[in-house]
Ligand binder design. Structure first.
Ligand code: 2PG
Length: 250
């Protein structure tokens, strides 16, 4: 039996628009982002997808995108589970900074390492920074040690994977069709795991906003196929635009 999984990155957020590092900051989607979420819902509806369950993060850009896409599909009744484990990668001290200005200051090569290397995290957020997750009520039930002050893709994958194994994979194995609406880097982590992408190759993988990525999986959840819904050229161009966000304008 073929199982279906869709990975959907949230629609354009206010800080995507402003080209700022976002991470765990709870920024909403823009009007363009809402339109992208509606368009994602249309693509999934046209594909005939009937979800049994949806998963998202505890950040409103993903929550609203998930809700909007399911609304467009007339599948708002689908159970939705939220977990901090699907949050964006924590961007440490870079959160809030302009990506192009950061590249002008530290060099594009350094910023590419912070953005896309597998295991080199950006500098830590200060522990007394009011934006630190330990001061945020939504994480109050978690052990403070589990709360990151920065994350690499590797440590993001380490916290995404237990949720994959405990919640998402069992649903897929039970034959459910699953939607995961999350973030550029938490989805890159899942993409790396599912497609067994090497640490070097993952550097060049970028996930565009609001374009559903449909995986067909075998019984043991090995990937049989995967593709972006809609125009493949549009998805390719949108992924390239993400890669270019941290080009210095200087
Ligand atoms: O700012 C962020 O949190 C992410 C996703 O928007 O950015 P990047 O693509 O630079 O990793």
């Amino acid at each position: 039996m073929t199982r279906k999984l869709v990975l959907l990155r949230h629609g354009q957020s206010q800080w995507n628009l402003e080209n700022r590092f976002t991470g765990w900051v709870d920024v909403d989607i823009t009007d363009v982002g809402r339109k992208e979420a509606v368009a994602a819902g249309k693509l999934m509806r046209d594909e005939g997808l009937q979800f049994d369950v949806a998963y998202t993060s505890v950040l409103k850009r993903a929550i609203r995108t998930n809700f909007t896409a399911l609304d467009e599909m007339d599948q708002m009744w689908v159970p939705v589970y939220k977990s901090w484990r699907l949050n964006e990668r924590h961007y440490g001290a870079l959160q809030g900074l302009d990506k192009a200005e950061t590249a002008a200051k530290h060099g594009e090569a350094q910023v590419k390492i912070w953005r896309r290397s597998y295991d080199i995290p950006p500098p830590d957020m200060a522990s007394d920074d009011p934006g630190h997750p330990k001061f945020d009520r939504r994480y109050a039930a978690l052990d403070e040690q589990a709360l990151p002050a920065t994350e690499s893709l590797a440590t993001t994958l380490e916290r995404v994977l237990p949720y994959w194994h405990d919640a998402i994979a069992p649903d897929l194995k039970a034959g459910k069709t699953v939607l995961v609406t999350a973030h550029g880097n938490s989805l890159r982590a899942l993409y790396k795991y599912l497609n067994k992408v090497s640490q070097d190759e993952i550097l060049e993988i970028n996930i565009p906003t609001g374009i559903p990525l449909l995986f067909e999986l075998g019984d043991d959840l090995t990937v049989q196929s995967f593709r972006y819904l809609g125009d493949p050229e549009a998805a390719k161009k949108a992924a390239e635009a993400v890669a270019n966000q941290a080009k210095s304008k200087a």
